[in-house]
Every structure is written in structure tokens, then in C-alpha cells.
Write a protein that binds this ligand. Structure first.
Ligand SMILES: Cc1cc2nc3c(=O)[nH]c(=O)nc-3n(C[C@H](O)[C@H](O)[C@H](O)COP(=O)(O)OP(=O)(O)OC[C@H]3O[C@@H](n4cnc5c(N)ncnc54)[C@H](O)[C@@H]3O)c2cc1C
Length: 416
């Protein structure tokens, strides 16, 4: 794939004049953190002919990135969509089941089936490894197994035109500033790859809401292996994470993973950081991906958001408009934040009937469009008067609606 290749998902976003001007101007960037956000940033900046150094503290061959591993908007990733590159399979749809509870007597309260035209269940470590290899071949200076220290991070501002912080949460920039508490809201999630019979679900994937503040999922990679997991909001954690994961696997008919094969991670809830903090003009430090706090708080999806934030950053670098990054990023994300925040209210209020009704109403919309183009979901909801009446009669939903439309996000309390 060459720079001029219009099939490159980042290059195709720029008009030829902007691209030419950006290449003539040139620049240097250091990208700290080599997961999806960092790889996307390095890819985009390198395609502007910038000199790019990418640091990743783990060795790619051993990296444990076994998170949910469903990648939507996969076209934005410039790799062949084959198993060799980690794209295990493309599920035709994601099923979302809403149950009244997590006991044997639970009943189904609603169900959505969301077609996925451009999604894959991946071996994410393989995707990252291949993408890093490709970047190395194109001239990015990839330094894996190299953790950046706070002193080095500070020093980068004097040595590079742009410092991209793609270190997840809490980010390196927060550590350097001593402000790691500035991120608000998160979920704790357990997941594992398991072997078993997934033929009843495959080729689809499934997410389950079971009337606790969180969800569980099974993303089959084939008929005989899957990524399964469960996550809870921080203020609603069970006493024993692993036992709760075991119980979720048992009630949903999934193989129970060994404790040693189970990963524990934190999923941020966007917007979990004040957008103003995503760009430090004095130090020329920009945060992307989870470091910028952009993951979807309802679905837990953050990969396409991470890639989008990095491409946006590079697009603005190309146009010499980096100071616009916070506003542009927030502008792109805010409808997604609003929808996710409002719908999540049904979970927080223990209203599977409302959540089930929402799923029934929005069923059929492409899985990526639900998040990224929420107008489709909103326009479906207004066509369901009974559901709307229930939403309007619910104080939690109403106060969330107000919060979301007055931009009253939790990060204001976290950073106060
Ligand atoms: C259990 C779970 C399931 C999820 N499932 C999905 C899903 O199915 N689909 C989806 O879209 N999203 C999912 N998400 C969210 C998604 O994983 C994140 O939003 C995404 O990983 C963000 O990518 P990132 O590159 O910004 O950060 P991260 O993935 O957190 O990567 C940060 C990188 O920076 C490196 N790093 C950190 N510090 C340094 C340093 N000092 N020097 C050098 N390198 C450093 C780390 O090693 C790491 O590679 C899930 C999250 C969790 C926890």
C-alpha cells in the first residue's frame, strides 16, 4: 500500500491539496503506546511523511490484549481482513438480549439484532502485531518492549513537533501532571478465550444485559472458540469477580475459563475526561483513544473510537489546526456520549423493561451506526410512543437527558 493509494483509510480522508501541503511541511512525532490508538496515529502521521517513533512497552509477540476483541468499522484499519492478520471472522450480526435478572427465573425483556456490515471478531494481539510490522516496513521507528518513563515523556516535548499519548487510562500525560484522578467512571471487566461448542451462536455474537449495572458477552471466533466476558460499573462490583464470571458462564451455557486464563481490565466510560485535557498546546501533547476518554460507556466499545480520534488528530495536524482537536473530537463524539449515557440510565435504574423496549425499537440498525450515528436510534425511539411515555415518566432517564444535553458529565466532578 503506497501513500497515494486512495484505498488507505486515512489518506482517503484528506483532499489532495491538504495532503500535499502537509507532506511539504513535514514534521516529527513520537507516539507513546502501541495498541490500536497508537498504531492508528503512527499510521496516519507516517502517511503524511512525518518522521514517527512509536513506543510500546510490551513485546508484540507476547502482548496480552485479550479484551472484547470485536472491531467495528474495520475498514479504518489498513490491513487485509484475513485470519493471518488476526481478523478471525466477520459476524453478520450482534445479538443483544435484555433479561429481567441473572437468576434461573429470569425472562427475556427485549432483544435487538444489529447487523454488522464492517465488523470482525479478532485475535487482537495478532492485529496489533501485524500492524506494527507493517508500520516498521513503511519507515516508522517501532520500539517495542520499551516503556517510556515520565522523565522521557516530558523530554519528548522538546524533541518532537507532536507527542501523541496513546497509553490508555490513566494516561502518561496524567501521570506526568499528577492528575490521574481526572478520569471519571469506569467498568471492571473479566474476559477469557475459551474452547467449546459455539455452533448455536456462531456466526453471530451476543451481548447480554441481565439487570445488573454491566453486561456479559460471547464473541465466537469460530464454532469452537470464543472470547467471553463480563463487566460491572465501578460502583457496582461483585465481591468475587471470578466467581461472578463463572456464574455468568454457567447460566449462559459457556465454557468456564480457568482463573489463570482470565484477564481483568478496566473499561473507561466516555466522556471520562474533560475534552479540554486532550490537547496541551504548550507541550504539544495530544491524547488519543482511551487516554482521551472516548470509549462508549454503554457498549464498552472503544477500538473504533480510538482509531477515529487518532485519524482526526492527524487530519488536523495535516491542516495545521491542532488547536482545534479538543473541540473537533468532542463535536464528533458528543451524540454518541449522549445516547450511551441516556440508555445506560435504564440499567442504572434497574429497568430491563425500558432497556428491552429500547433494544426492540432500535433493532436492525448497523452496530456501528448505533454508536456513531445515534440520530438513527433517536429517530426509531420517537416512533414508539409507549416507550417514550415510559422514558418520560422515569426521573432517572429525564435527569440523564438533561445532563447529557447540558454537557454535565462526571469528569467535572472528578477534576473539581
Ligand atoms: C474487557 C474489555 C473488553 C472490551 N471489548 C471491546 C470490544 O469488544 N470492542 C471494542 O471496540 N472495544 C472493547 N473494549 C475497549 C477497548 O479495548 C479500548 O477502548 C481500546 O483498547 C483503547 O485502545 P488504546 O490504544 O487507546 O489503549 P490501550 O488498549 O489501553 O493501549 C495502551 C497501550 O499503551 C501501552 N503503554 C502504556 N504505558 C506505556 C508507556 N509508558 N510506554 C510505552 N507504552 C505504554 C500499553 O502497553 C498498551 O499497549 C474492551 C475493553 C475491555 C477492558
Amino acid at each position: 500500500m503506497t501513500h497515494s493509494d486512495e484505498s488507505d483509510p486515512f489518506a482517503a480522508r484528506l483532499d489532495p491539496a491538504t495532503r500535499r501541503a502537509a507532506r511539504d511541511r513535514g514534521g516529527s512525532a513520537v507516539v507513546v503506546g502501541g495498541a490500536m490508538a497508537g498504531l492508528a496515529a503512527a499510521h496516519a502521521l507516517q502517511s503524511l511523511d512525518w518522521d514517527v517513533v512509536l513506543y510500546e512497552r510490551q513485546p508484540y509477540a507476547e502482548k496480552r490484549v485479550n479484551c472484547g476483541e470485536a472491531m467495528t468499522d474495520a475498514e479504518s484499519i489498513p490491513l487485509p481482513k484475513t485470519p493471518e492478520y488476526g481478523f478471525a471472522h466477520s459476524p453478520p450480526a450482534f445479538e443483544v438480549d435484555v433479561y429481567t435478572g441473572d437468576s434461573d427465573s429470569r425472562t427475556l425483556a427485549g432483544r435487538g439484532v444489529f447487523p454488522s456490515s464492517n465488523a470482525y471478531v479478532t485475535d487482537r494481539n495478532v492485529v496489533e502485531q501485524r500492524w506494527a510490522e507493517l508500520l516498521g516496513q513503511k519507515g516508522v521507528d517501532v520500539r517495542e518492549s520499551t516503556g517510556v518513563t515520565k522523565a522521557e515523556f516530558r523530554d519528548f516535548s522538546d524533541r518532537f513537533d507532536l507527542v501523541v499519548d496513546a497509553t490508555g487510562q490513566p494516561s502518561m500525560a496524567s501521570k506526568v501532571d499528577g492528575t490521574t484522578g481526572e478520569y471519571a467512571g469506569r467498568m471492571t471487566a473479566l474476559n477469557a478465550e475459551v474452547a467449546g461448542d459455539f455452533s448455536a451462536l456462531y456466526p453471530n455474537s451476543r451481548i447480554l444485559f441481565e439487570n445488573y449495572l454491566g453486561y456479559a458477552w460471547a464473541f465466537p471466533k469460530s464454532e469452537s472458540r470464543a472470547n467471553v466476558g463480563i463487566g460491572w460499573a465501578q460502583d457496582n462490583l461483585p465481591d468475587d469477580y471470578y466467581q461472578s464470571f463463572v456464574a455468568a458462564c454457567e447460566r449462559n451455557g459457556w465454557p468456564v475459563p480457568d482463573r489463570s486464563a482470565t484477564n481483568v481490565y478496566t473499561i473507561p466510560r466516555g466522556p471520562s475526561l474533560d475534552p479540554e485535557r486532550t490537547w496541551d498546546a504548550d507541550r504539544r501533547v495530544a491524547r488519543v483513544g482511551d487516554a482521551a476518554g472516548v470509549a462508549n460507556r454503554f457498549t464498552g466499545k472503544g477500538i473504533s473510537q480510538a482509531v477515529e480520534s487518532s485519524y482526526l488528530l492527524a487530519e488536523l495536524a495535516a491542516a495545521d489546526r491542532l488547536d482545534d482537536y479538543p473541540d473537533e473530537l468532542y463535536g464528533r463524539m458528543k451524540n454518541e456520549y449522549r445516547l450511551a449515557y441516556i440508555v445506560r440510565g435504564a440499567l442504572e435504574d434497574g429497568r430491563p423493561d425500558i432497556l428491552g423496549g429500547v433494544m426492540d425499537a432500535v433493532s436492525g440498525i448497523d452496530v456501528e451506526a448505533v454508536d456513531r450515528e445515534p440520530k438513527h436510534a433517536f429517530s426509531r425511539l420517537v416512533r414508539h410512543p409507549i416507550l417514550l411515555a415510559k422514558l418520560a415518566a422515569n426521573p432517572t432517564m429525564l435527569s440523564r437527558l438533561l445532563d447529557a444535553y447540558t454537557d454535565d458529565w462526571e469528569f467535572r466532578a472528578a477534576s473539581a
